[in-house]
Each structure stands twice: as structure tokens, then as C-alpha cells.
Design a protein around this ligand. Sequence first.
Ligand code: SF4
Ligand code: SF4
Length: 207
Amino acid sequence: MEPDPLRELERQVEAGGMFAHAVLAQEANRADQNEAIIRGLVELLIQREVVTAEELVAAVDAVRTETDIGIAIRVDKEGSEGVGNPVDCAARMHACHAVCCRLRFPLTVEEVESGLMKWDLGRPYFNRHGPDGYCVQCAPDTHACGIYEERPAPCRQYTCADDKRIWKDFDAMVINQEWIDEALGTGPGPVEVFMTAAEGDSRSRRA
Ligand code: SF4
Ligand code: SF4
């Protein structure tokens, strides 16, 4: 007898649902166990006066910002499309090295769908950076934008003229290296390293 495709589809969906529920139940169980262990440890540490409750709350808050893996999608307001105050980038490039292309921003659904701007798998849906810490559309040698005419609104609207994070003194071209080093880092993060390895691997498989 011919297998009934609808019955087979139903069976697959049912099996997929059961699998998802089983995994979720397992994870919930683990989370419960971990919570019990952490709560026990916290009680013990406070009882023995190793830490105070206030110190613990402060430590948790500090770590929470580091582990924040919020997902973001940008929604541009209608009519908000505009161009920021023009800056003579060519005259400043020797000092800024196009540091604006090391900033991160969330993409719109259209940008994600278009494929022009790759999104960072480790930080959905922010623009992806390469191992050099720059947006993947930024040419490593010239720092020219590979999609200049179609660059996203944050790139069109951005101006560094009044951005104190970038310039200590805009007119004298004194760069804010401390903020840049602290906020943007100097080397590739684990996600960039992973993405580069994965892209190299897929390139070699396509060749
Ligand atoms: S940091 Fe400012 S001057 Fe430098 S490339 Fe970006 S917008 Fe131009
Ligand atoms: S899209 Fe172009 S302008 Fe925007 S961050 Fe990337 S390289 Fe820079």
C-alpha cells in the first residue's frame, strides 16, 4: 500500500514536537538543579560572612551586562532617512582609521534579508565584524565601504563631528584612543574567529 504523505507529515510533526518538548523538559530540569546549587552556595557564603548580600547583587549586576545576549532588530522611523553632518573623512583617515566602521548597530529585517550586510551569528542581528574588528563591508587596505551607495541608515546618518567617544578634540584631530581600546577592543572576539574559520572552510569546499 502507498504511504499516505499527509499521515507521514503528521507523524514527522508529532515526532518533532515530542523531541522539542523532551529537550525543553531536560533543560528545565538542569536549570532547576543549577538554581538549587547556586542558592545553596549563596546562602552558605552569606551565612559564613564571606560576602554580603549587597556585594553579591553588585557582582551579579556587573556580570549580567557582560552576558547580555539580547537580540535586536532595527526599525527605522518613516522619514528618518537623512545624512549626518558631512565630515572630510579623507583628511582624517590617518588619525581615525575609519573607526566608525568598528561600531556595531542592529540591522533591519530588509537588510538581513538582502544579504548585503551580514549579521553576526553571535549577536543577532548586529552588523558582522571581521577578525580585524571592522564591519565586513569595510575594505581592509583602503577602509572604503563595499556597499557605499546602499549602506544602512546608521552609516548614512552617522557623523563623528560631535562624537566624544571618537574624538577628544575634533578640530585638532585628537582621537579618543582610550575609549576605542576599551570599548572596541584590539583583537578578534571568539565569534569573529569562528566566522572566519567557517567562511574559509566553506570557501575551500566551494572551490
Ligand atoms: S571616524 Fe569620522 S572621519 Fe573617520 S571615517 Fe568615520 S566618519 Fe569619517
Ligand atoms: S556598511 Fe559601510 S559604512 Fe557602514 S559600517 Fe560597514 S563599511 Fe562602514
